[in-house]
Design a protein around this ligand. Structure first.
Ligand code: HEM
Length: 260
């Protein structure tokens, strides 16, 4: 038996004493694409908020402007005095650089997602490590792992080398549903892109609908991050972060249990 094993090849649940060093938990490609995604997403979030501040009213359909009744309004002052918000003052207008950086960060995200997505399918990473295992396709598995989180119980030995059913479900949802949606609704807002592919925005119900959906899907991704952070804290934040940075997961003397 080898002294280390990647989670892509599944480690045995109990590692012999001589092999209790550090198992490779994340491949280099996963780590590089993950941290590129984090940087791009942080830039998108900050600049996206700046863009929203220039017009914090949301509409549905093809058109939307200050003369129309909005679907909803975010109760903040705008950075443009032409936008009625009910406040008697405006915020500083940072729309110019925000839009440039937003589009640049979006392309970093799209290209990173493409590399990760193609590799994930080709290498079998998604199928082996992220899609919940067949035996966990039932409520008992979800309830059981959730109860373990709520009790703040230490992760099972197998989790040193693999994701549990809740993590897998959250990752699959973010990779195959939320991310494609955030990219799709974002591209639908690009005038260049949707003049080339008008159906891209038409199926969403128009540009204003695309903008509103883009806003909600983004917040759904933020909720995922809060959830990921909470799971990380319960499972051992330091060791999980170290593994995502160095690739290595430390195992304690008493087996595969993670250090807290
Ligand atoms: C500061 C923000 C973030 C931190 C600190 C963070 C941290 C982590 C850590 C520690 C893991 C490994 C979990 C484990 O081994 O149990 C992980 C995995 C993952 N994270 Fe994040 N993350 C962040 C932002 C994001 C963002 C913005 C996304 C995308 C929306 C994302 C998507 C994922 C995915 C898909 C995985 C599984 C990767 C794989 O194994 O293929 N994360 N993250």
């Amino acid at each position: 038996m080898r002294a280390e094993a990647c989670y892509a090849r599944r480690m045995p649940a109990v590692v012999p004493e001589v092999h209790k060093k550090q198992a490779l938990r994340h491949t280099l490609l996963v780590r590089v694409t993950h941290w590129l995604t984090v940087a791009a997403f942080a830039a998108l979030l900050v600049t996206g908020l700046e863009i929203v501040v220039s017009h914090p009213r949301f509409y549905w359909g093809e058109t939307g402007n200050v003369n129309m009744k909005p679907l909803f309004t975010i109760p903040i002052p705008a950075s443009r005095d032409t936008v009625p918000t009910g406040y008697g003052y405006t915020m500083p207008d940072e729309n110019g650089w925000s839009r440039y950086l937003h589009f640049q960060a979006a392309w970093v995200l799209v290209l990173t997602a493409l590399v990760y997505g193609i590799w994930g399918v080709a290498s079998g990473h998604f199928r082996r490590n992220l899609v919940p295992e067949r035996r966990d396709w039932n409520w008992r598995a979800y309830r059981g792992r959730m109860a373990q989180y709520l009790r703040r119980a230490k992760p099972d030995a197998g989790e040193a080398s693999s994701y549990n059913v809740l993590q897998r479900t959250a990752y699959v949802a973010v990779i195959f549903v939320l991310f494609p949606l955030v990219i799709w609704t974002g591209l639908a807002l690009s005038p260049g892109f949707n003049s080339a592919f008008p159906w891209f925005v038409d199926v969403l119900g128009g540009r204003q609908s695309a903008r509103t959906l883009h806003f909600f899907v983004t917040w759904r991704v933020v909720l995922f991050l809060v959830w990921q952070g909470a799971m990380g804290v319960v499972s051992g934040f330091r060791s999980r972060m170290r593994a995502m940075l160095t690739g290595r997961a430390a195992e304690s003397r008493a087996g595969n249990q993670e250090e807290r």
